[in-house]
Design a protein around this ligand. Structure first.
Ligand code: S3P
Length: 429
């Protein structure tokens, strides 16, 4: 049980470099492991989820050294992975599980994947189904982990994703690299494109995009690279929102990734009237910038619907928090995918927010929220439910309270942001 900091009346101040992007860090391990040569990855996110990915590749014979946030990977090439002598433990990581399913579908050996309780409740048919169409036999446990992947000869597909999911898209792309013909993946809405961007760095024109069609060309070889991982906008988001909401705050977050497939939270903040400035933008393969945030006393309520959801999928608990402080009523809809995250985030957000007096109701696919600055705590015992992003959202919410509150399950935060409380302290001192 952790005592949370409440009522920071001096506000948040100073500069902060948030840890590396989680999605990009996972992909950097995966692609450097299956390329030829030694890759160096800078500002790698050494969090529990990314360590699950590293451990899986180490078990398949890849030499990986991690020193602080510097990672060195001795790639073994597209055909060089070896059969692990145990089951591969995916921990809590949906990204590891789904991306590796695609890659393992095309190996010469069978693998067994297991995960923790939360991961074992998350849907895996969304990857086993398209990978079966491509020629793999995947045995799930009622659509969940544990899962056995019996690889096959990979056939090209034209696959229309039934849901907007970068993990499922990436699984199909990683399998399709091994087919002799081009595959096409069609997404219903644009989702994060880090797999496509990084593949085009490790190989030549591996991916082409035409409208909503992503074309994957067969790749005989990928070559080792130097990768600079930008700060994770999904981690920066906790402080973007905290500094917007906590009186007297003024912070600068350095070198945050602003790939347009991830910046929905910035659009929401700006549309609500928050004081946000984008500074010193760099335009590498993954664009980045410093983001300056100043406390904003009045926020306009806005309705967020389906179209924009994938661009801020992991930030929706924070969007709900912003709306909870806004001047009026708002809704978030088209977000049923939140039910399939580390927890059912529609349920856990509503349950925890109601404890601190937020007027929020569950919708089948989102939230209905009455914004107010007058929250009366009804239950001071909060719970992350073992979900890192719920834990951090609650820690930010607590900054706005006058009553002491505690949180259970704060250790889940190390899934994506082990330094979160140290960084909060740095900005509050
Ligand atoms: C991720 C994709 C998203 C996101 C997750 C990371 C990725 O999941 O929620 O945190 O790295 O591809 P879905 O593909 O399930 O939407």
């Amino acid at each position: 049980m952790k005592e949370l900091v409440v009522n920071l009346n001096t506000g948040l101040h100073g500069e902060l470099s948030v840890p590396g992007d989680k999605s990009i860090s996972h992909r950097s391990v995966i692609l450097s492991s299956i390329s030829k040569g030694t890759s160096h990855i800078h500002h790698f996110l050494a969090s529990d989820d990314c360590i699950s990915t590293i451990n899986a590749f180490r078990k398949m014979g890849v030499r990986i050294d991690l020193a602080g946030d510097e990672l060195t990977v001795e790639g073994v090439g597209l055909d060089g992975l070896s059969k692990p002598d145990t089951k591969l433990d995916m921990g809590n990581s949906g990204t590891t599980t789904r991306l590796l399913s695609g890659l393992l579908a095309a190996q010469k050996f069978t693998t067994n994947l297991i995960g923790d309780d939360s991961l074992s409740k998350r849907p895996m048919k969304r990857v086993s189904q398209p990978l079966s169409v491509m020629g793999t036999r995947i045995e799930t446990t009622d659509g969940h982990l544990p899962m056995t992947i019996n690889p096959g000869h990979i056939k090209a597909v034209k696959y229309e994703l039934p849901m907007a999911s970068a993990q499922v898209k990436s699984a199909i792309i990683l399998a399709a690299l091994n087919s002799n013909e081009d595959s096409v993946v069609i997404e219903p809405q644009v989702t994060r494109n880090h797999t496509e961007t990084m593949l085009n760095q490790f190989g030549d024109d591996v991916i082409e995009r035409h409208g909503d069609e992503i074309i994957v060309h067969h790749q005989p070889e990928l070559t080792a690279q130097d990768i600079n991982v930008p700060g994770d906008i999904s981690s920066a988001a906790f402080f973007l929102v905290a500094a917007t909401l906590v009186p007297n705050s003024h912070i600068i977050l350095k070198n945050v990734g602003i790939n347009p497939t991830r910046t929905g939270i910035l659009d929401v903040l700006i549309q609500m009237g928050a004081n946000i400035k984008i500074l010193n933008q760099t335009n590498g393969s993954e664009p980045a910038a410093d983001i300056e945030v100043t406390y904003t006393p009045e926020l306009k309520p806005i309705d967020v619907n389906e179209e924009r959801i994938p661009l801020m999928i992991d930030e929706l608990p924070l969007v709900a928090l912003l709306e909870s402080r806004a001047n009026g009523h708002s809704t978030i809809t088209g977000a049923e995918e939140l039910r399939f995250k580390e927890t059912d985030r529609i349920k856990t957000v509503v349950e925890e927010f109601q404890k601190i007096g937020i007027q929020i109701e569950e919708l089948p696919n989102g939230f209905s929220i009455d914004g107010s600055k007058d929250w009366q705590v009804v239950n001071a015992s909060l719970d992350s439910h073992g979900d890192h992003r719920i834990g951090m959202t609650l820690a930010v919410s607590a900054l706005l309270l006058d009553t002491d509150v505690q949180m259970n399950g704060e250790d889940a935060i190390s899934i994506s942001y082990p330094q979160f409380f140290a960084h909060l302290k740095h900005l509050s001192d």
